[in-house]
Design a protein around this ligand. Structure first.
Ligand code: NAD
Length: 261
């Protein structure tokens, strides 16, 4: 139980990768602050299941992280309710796909706000508590798009490259404070975020979602397989372990070979 007695805040953990990471960290013994949007009853079911299955404290706060004041409030709430913030996982993220000349300005602002600025504000709020304890783990969920680009994803690619940069800066600043800061860079993971892209592609091309699934994978990844939220959760747990204490400032790919090309 690597994380017994520790508290983890996982943003955007009501769905997809964040939920996978929250489950893995709970499995390693951490108390969890869940966050994200969704149906209130569904979220309460997820929260109660997580607490029961792993025997840890699990709280939920629906902070809208596109709002700066809500980000710092969420960190303060985590410390207040669960007694600390030892692990911070910046995972909440959104996507929008269009060429630059048609890209809506409000989508640019929203993606930069959530996928990049929220991580800055949460790190800013959580770092003093980690420094005071002399131990902490910050994990920023970036993307293969934090390392390489794809057409039509200007805001997402810019935000994720920025997140990898911010990760490196934080790692340098905290190198001798017992706090590591890393980015996880997944390739394709079959979550609601990608399912929406698949539905749009199938509608535009007039083909089946299954056909677009194959195409999506083969366009980018040598390996024709989705990465699972469970695998990303296991990577997060490893980054929290003592054995990973000198891994910092890294952008760790888990992408079926996407960025090896
Ligand atoms: P998802 O849509 O399943 O989950 C996103 C989560 O963020 C949800 O819990 C949602 O409620 C929450 N969220 C959205 N807006 C929010 C806001 N304003 N405030 C607080 N929470 C908010 O998506 P996912 O695929 O699990 O994506 C999670 C992260 O992984 C994102 O940062 C995404 O960019 C990244 N990622 C995903 C993939 C992939 O293939 N799915 C690949 C690489 C990186």
């Amino acid at each position: 139980m690597v994380l017994q007695g520790k508290v983890a805040l996982v943003t955007g953990s009501t769905s997809g990768i964040g939920l996978g990471i929250a489950r893995s960290l709970a499995g390693a013994g951490a108390s969890i602050m869940m966050n994200g949007f969704g149906d209130a009853d569904d979220i309460e079911t997820l929260r109660a299941q997580l607490a029961e299955e792993f025997g840890v404290s699990v709280a939920f706060d629906g902070a809208d992280l596109s709002r700066r004041d809500e980000v710092s409030r969420l960190v303060a709430e985590t410390i207040d309710v669960l007694g600390g913030v030892d692990v911070l996982v910046n995972n909440a993220g959104i996507q929008f796909v269009a060429p630059i000349e048609e890209f809506p300005e409000d989508r640019w602002e929203a993606i930069i706000g959530l996928n990049l600025s929220a991580a800055f504000y949460s790190m800013k709020a959580a770092i003093p508590a980690m420094k005071a304890k002399g131990w902490g783990r910050i994990i920023n969920v970036a993307s293969a798009h934090g390392l390489v680009a794809s057409a039509n994803k200007v805001a997402y690619v810019a935000a994720k490259h920025g997140l990898v940069g911010a990760t490196k800066v934080a790692a340098l600043e905290l190198a001798n404070q017992g706090v590591t800061v890393n980015a996880i860079c997944p390739g394709w993971v079959l979550t609601p975020l990608v399912e929406r892209q698949l539905l749009d592609r199938a509608e535009q091309s007039g083909t089946a979602v299954e056909v677009e699934m194959e195409r999506l994978l083969s366009e980018k990844q040598p390996m024709s397989k989705f990465t699972t939220p469970e695998s990303i959760g296991a990577m997060a747990v490893f980054l929290c372990s003592d054995e990973a204490e000198t891994i910092t400032g890294a952008a760790l790919s888990i992408d079926g070979g996407w960025t090896a090309q």
